[in-house]
Design a protein around this ligand. Structure first.
Ligand code: HEM
Length: 440
């Protein structure tokens, strides 16, 4: 199995590290793994299901959240489920699991559909930034489902604070236009600090209000408050961190999916017609909202194909604790393990015509042919996304509601450039012209 090791002369600055990654991860890169040494850090890039499975599932105990990622997120999240390790993360996941089971998801569908329809009814024909539009709808959906409306009066404040956080993240264009990874985001540290503070202040108001209420609702907010109290007093800071984590993880990823899907659909007329026809059919047939996601197989396939081409989390990283080896790959303790998900999703080894938007790949019957762990929009193993089903069902409902009313047309003068800004955002916010369909 070929491995790419970089020459010593290249072991210099972040810039040279970037060039190295550019070299091995740019267009055409297809070896199953690469080992890059820079200063004293070893970075192991994995692009093959077998070693990926090893690090994220079989030997997951040896791989923690990468220190660099923690440093990147801690000023915003503080100590939270995302930055916490082992016990903390297991405990949080267990306590909130029932909020993501099938009956819970079915009950959210009606809320998500009703609110998305309300929001879409309020939109006049015109050009909109799809990312911002989808983020506003998704944040309110999150509030109404998992937070019993507790975020609802704060949506504008939260959105503007979050925007400031993303702006401070710089957002390096992804290395190698088609599928490389942006590994060294340029961060404006003081701006990120200030934006993080603003966000945490807004969340602390929301928390203070809930802490002052006697009645328990059993929603995500109550559970995040409650579980940190077990086995030691929760600090307000920890609660804030958990809430901020769910705010970002729970709406920004879905919003990015919907925005990129609108872009791709507006470029592919056949898929657009088919998705809109499917949305019309279930709405006209009076299918109950709880059944919408299951009755929207093509829309859901568009969601999954969008996440293949534009995975909201385009890079997953870990750091090894002790030395490890997988076949011929030596992973020294302290190495950073990188899975460039976006690149993995575009490898010819796994995908036929990988650059083509082809939702049919994900339709029942075809989906089974996708190689296991070559498609990882939600990660894998014990830290895999807890909100995967929530997010995709929500994205399918949002898209169906939008497509039933509007025909989207991409209104940008040039193609959007994907940037890594916590999630994969477009540099131009994806301007989309929404035009009411006749009779809608
Ligand atoms: C549809 C869009 C979504 C995508 C593409 C996505 C993607 C991901 C990925 C890749 C991870 C794992 C990161 C890693 O291994 O380092 C993750 C973790 C996580 N996601 Fe999602 N996510 C989505 C929606 C959601 C939603 C809707 C929620 C909650 C309502 C959520 C909550 C979380 C949480 C709490 C974690 C951390 C889990 C842990 O560390 O144990 N996500 N997500």
């Amino acid at each position: 199995m070929p491995s790419v090791s970089m020459p010593a002369a290249e072991r210099r600055s972040p810039e040279s590290g970037r060039r190295q990654l550019d070299g091995v991860l740019g267009e055409g890169f297809s070896t199953p793994h690469a080992v890059i040494r820079q200063h004293r850090t070893q970075t192991v890039v994995l692009l093959d299901p077998k070693p990926i499975r090893h690090c994220f599932i079989s030997n997951a105990a040896n791989y923690r959240q990468a220190a660099a990622r923690k440093r990147l997120m801690e000023p915003v999240l503080g100590e939270s489920i995302l930055t916490g390790e082992g016990d903390v993360s297991v405990r949080v996941r267990q306590q909130i699991a029932t909020l993501f089971n099938r009956p819970a998801l079915e009950s959210y569908a009606a809320i998500i559909r009703a609110h998305s329809e309300d929001a879409v009814r309020g939109i006049a024909d015109g050009v909109y930034g799809a990312t911002a539009l989808a983020a506003r709808i998704a944040l309110e959906n999150l509030s109404l489902t998992l937070f019993s409306g507790a975020l609802s009066g704060h949506v504008e404040t939260l959105l503007s604070a979050l925007d400031a956080v993303y702006d401070a993240m710089g957002g390096l264009p992804l290395v190698g236009e088609e599928g490389g990874i942006g590994y060294y985001p340029q961060i404006d540290r003081p701006a990120r600090q200030a934006a993080g503070r603003k966000l945490r202040e807004a969340v602390s108001e929301i928390l203070a209000k809930r802490l002052g209420e006697a009645a328990q609702r059993g929603d995500l907010l109550d559970r995040l408050i409650g579980l940190r109290g077990e086995g030691g007093e929760a600090t307000i800071e920890q609660m804030i961190g958990d809430v901020v984590t769910f705010l970002i993880a729970g709406h920004e990823t879905t919003a990015a999916t919907v925005a990129w899907a609108l872009y791709l659909l507006s470029r592919h007329n056949g898929a657009l017609e088919r998705a809109a026809a499917e949305a019309d059919r279930i709405a006209d047939d009076g299918v109950p909202s709880s059944e919408w996601p299951d009755r929207l197989p093509f829309v859901l396939a568009c969601v999954e194909e969008t996440q293949r081409l534009y995975p909201p989390v385009p890079v997953i990283t870990r750091q090894s604790v002790a030395d490890d080896a997988i076949a011929d790959i030596e992973i020294a303790g302290g190495s950073v393990v990188v899975v460039p998900v976006r690149l993995l999703h575009r490898l010819h080894r796994f995908w036929d015509e990988p650059e083509r938007f082809q939702p049919e790949r994900f339709l029942p019957g075809n989906r089974q042919r996708i190689e296991r762990h070559s498609y990882l929009p939600f990660g894998l193993g014990p830290r895999m996304c807890i909100g995967a089903a929530f997010g995709n069902r929500e994205a399918a409902i949002m898209l169906a509601v939008i497509l039933r009313r509007f025909r989207p047309r991409y209104a940008g003068g040039r193609e959007p450039v994907p940037l890594l800004k916590v999630v994969l955002r477009a540099d131009n916010g994806i301007p989309i012209a929404l035009e009411r369909r006749p009779g809608r």
